[in-house]
Design a protein. Structure first.
Length: 167
């Protein structure tokens, strides 16, 4: 069963779930991709997530150019979040690409943004989180990612569909 079908089943089972600590749900595709979603709340139409991770073992040890290709493709396909996203930093030695909201949401003295880290280390990972910073305050805090269930499924499809070929 593909990841989207598994996710659909998990969302149905989680309807009514709400907690201050996330519930991690993991799904594995026939191709060996592992999707982990840290849910904070789920109802019939929407969900709140702490993070979403996709492990792509075929990307382990790949050149950073492969991750950059994935970052570019993701940025072109994922146009339905609160802000547009785009690559902002490429770490050749660390085999990582950082993607953020571009531009971030600036309102009421705070900045909120999505952050995606693509890595060819460990498990070959995509990690999505959302952060908030306050003007004049050091640091940042993680905030909930709020999505309709349909948008979450579309995001997972786009993540899988944009994975670069690993020949």
């Amino acid at each position: 069963m593909d990841l989207t079908a598994q996710l659909e089943n998990e969302l149905k089972q989680l309807v009514g779930f709400a907690a201050s600590a996330p519930r991690r749900v993991e799904m594995t595709s026939p191709a060996g991709l592992v999707l982990s979603v840290d849910f904070l709340a789920v109802d019939k139409m929407s969900c709140a997530l702490e993070s979403l991770t996709l492990q792509v073992p075929a990307l382990v040890g790949r050149e950073v150019s492969v991750l950059h290709e994935w970052a570019d493709n993701l940025s072109k396909h994922v146009t339905y979040l609160l802000e547009s996203i785009g690559p902002i930093e490429i770490d050749d030695s660390g085999h990582q690409v950082l993607i953020r909201s571009n531009p971030p949401d600036l309102s009421q003295g705070a900045t909120q943004f999505y952050e995606v880290l693509l890595s060819a280390q460990a498990n070959g990972t995509f990690l999505l989180k959302r952060y908030r910073t306050e003007s004049g305050q050091p640091g940042r805090e993680s905030v909930d990612i709020l999505l309709t269930n349909q948008t979450l499924k579309k995001l997972v499809n786009d993540l899988v569909d944009t994975i670069p070929e690993t020949k």
